[in-house]
Structures are given as structure tokens and as C-alpha cells.
Write a protein that binds this ligand. Structure first.
Ligand code: PAF
Length: 281
């Protein structure tokens, strides 16, 4: 396994591999890796001749007052996990190289990014699409793996890839959960034990909502949302940002559930920790 931090070196190597007909698989991450990230390595292994995983805590996707400075980092451990899992290249670029001092260009998706998380975090997705466009240009992937937990990010990035004509196929890995149901996230480590109890309500609410649809055949979105809300409201430290029924492909809010095409999405703060989760119906 190779570790590359120079963007020039990364660009040269990826262009060379691409020219010689190799298929590159790419997993963009902000590090502090967990099984959710590492399962994406498995997802791309068979279709990729070269597997690149990037680690970069991207400042432009954090809003003012968010957790950029405190975002958990452990590069030494991340590198070891990548080695064990069979990553070929860990790309750890530097901020000064990715964002020049007088950098003045952003890539912005203008529809799917404006809803849900985009309302609470108005500059977040612009940061995600901008950094991903930069990383795609440097790493030249044929395949990019993303985790289902970040459902809106998937929709936004798929649209950006399509609209900007990146020759990339997106592969989506399932949400990986802790044994108690909590969706894995680097931010889970901020939670103390009573906050974690509240965080578990998110998955509990989603499962209760899903069971109304699957077991009782309820398709009225308000009815299902009311179930989610009543469970989420029982949390002492939990503040709901949104709990919605949306279309999986567009993230548009729906009033009538279409099994196979709708999903339940939740975002909530547990104290100051913002968590998201979803379940397909
Ligand atoms: O999902 C993430 O960790 C980030 O949003 C991503 C895709 C690595 C871009 O910084």
C-alpha cells in the first residue's frame, strides 16, 4: 500500500493507470474510519484494478460554528485499517494544495442540495460537490463508493456527476450499524452514554415508521411521520431537525408513500451532535 500526499504525484499516477486501461475505484472520506467506510472498500474491490481511499477533512463543507476544528482525526489508525482491508493507495492531500489562497471556484448542485440538510446547512453540499469534483479530477475514478447513510449526499453527487459529465459510476453501500442499531458515524464518538440512548431513538423511530408501512400497509406520510415524531420527542437531549418521507431518487418530500420508491429520513441534534439516518420503504 502506498501513501500519497502530493496532489501532483496522485494526478500523475492516476492518469498513468487510466491510460493503461486500469479501472480505478475511489472512496472519498474525511477519515476516522469505521466499518461503514471499510465496507465500501469491499464493495469496490472486484470492479477495481486500483483502489484509492482519500482522507481529507474538507473545510468548505462545514458551516460557521460547526465541528471542523473538533472533527475526530486519527490518521495513523486510518492508514493501518486501510492496509488491513486491502486499499492500494491512501491519498491524504493537504488543504493548501486543494484550496489555493485565491481559489474562487465552487461546484454547486442547485436542486436536491437545497432541501432537508441543505436548509440547516446551506453551504454544506456546495462544499461536498466542490471537494469531490477536485478529488475526481485528481484520482480519475471509474467507480466511486458512497454509503447509504448519507442519502442526500448520494443524490446530490449523482446529479453533479451526471451534470458535469464525469465518467463515473456510483456504487452505494448499505448503512452499517452498531449492534444496538445506531448508524455508524465518526460523530458517534462525541456522544456520552445518556446522549447515546437518545441517539438510538432515531433508528427506533425509523424502524417503527417502516413497520407501519410494511406490516400495516399505511401509505399516508403524515401518519407515519407522526409515529416518528412521537418516538423522537421522547428524547431528553434530542432536537429534531426534520423527519420526512421523501422520494429516494430526488429527495422530494412526499405525502403518499410509494413502497420501493420512498424512504424515511431523519436529522436530529443530540445536544450539539448532528446525526442523520434513513430507511428505505
Ligand atoms: O461523506 C463524507 O465523508 C464527505 O462528505 C465526503 C464525501 C468525503 C466529501 O468530503
Amino acid at each position: 500500500m502506498e501513501i500519497i500526499s502530493s496532489i501532483i504525484e496522485m494526478k500523475k499516477l492516476a492518469a498513468h493507470e487510466e491510460k493503461s486501461g486500469k479501472k480505478i475505484g475511489f472512496i472519498p472520506t474525511m477519515g476516522f474510519l469505521h466499518e461503514g467506510h471499510l465496507s465500501l472498500v469491499d464493495l469496490l474491490r472486484d470492479c477495481s484494478d486500483l483502489l484509492i481511499l482519500s482522507i481529507f477533512v474538507n473545510p468548505t463543507q462545514f458551516g460557521v460554528g460547526e465541528d471542523l476544528e473538533n472533527y475526530p482525526r486519527n490518521t495513523t489508525r486510518d492508514i493501518e485499517l486501510c492496509r488491513e482491508r486491502g486499499v492500494d493507495i491512501v491519498f491524504i492531500p493537504q488543504e493548501k494544495d486543494l484550496y489555493l489562497d485565491d481559489s474562487s471556484t465552487f461546484v454547486s448542485e442547485e436542486i436536491a442540495s437545497k432541501k432537508l440538510c441543505g436548509l440547516a446547512r446551506p453551504t454544506h453540499f456546495r462544499g461536498v460537490t466542490t471537494i469531490c469534483a477536485k478529488l475526481f479530477n485528481l484520482c480519475r475514478p471509474s467507480f466511486v463508493a458512497l454509503g447509504q447513510k448519507d442519502a442526500q449526499q448520494i443524490v446530490v453527487l449523482k446529479r453533479m456527476i451526471r451534470d458535469m459529465h464525469f465518467p463515473i459510476e456510483v456504487k452505494v453501500g448499505p448503512t452499517i450499524r452498531e449492534s444496538d442499531g445506531l448508524a455508524m458515524s465518526s460523530r458517534n464518538q462525541y456522544l456520552n452514554s445518556s446522549q447515546r440512548e437518545d441517539a438510538l431513538l432515531i433508528n427506533r423511530a425509523l424502524e417503527a415508521g417502516k413497520s407501519l408501512v410494511v406490516k400495516k400497509g399505511i401509505t399516508n406520510a403524515d401518519r407515519v411521520k407522526a409515529e416518528l415524531m412521537s418516538i423522537l420527542r421522547s428524547g431528553r437531549f434530542l432536537r429534531i431537525n426534520y423527519a420526512e418521507v421523501v422520494n429516494c431518487e430526488t429527495m422530494r418530500v412526499e405525502s403518499e408513500i410509494q413502497p420501493g420508491r420512498s424512504m424515511l429520513v431523519v436529522a436530529a441534534w443530540v445536544d450539539s451532535v448532528r446525526l442523520i439516518d434513513n430507511v428505505k420503504l
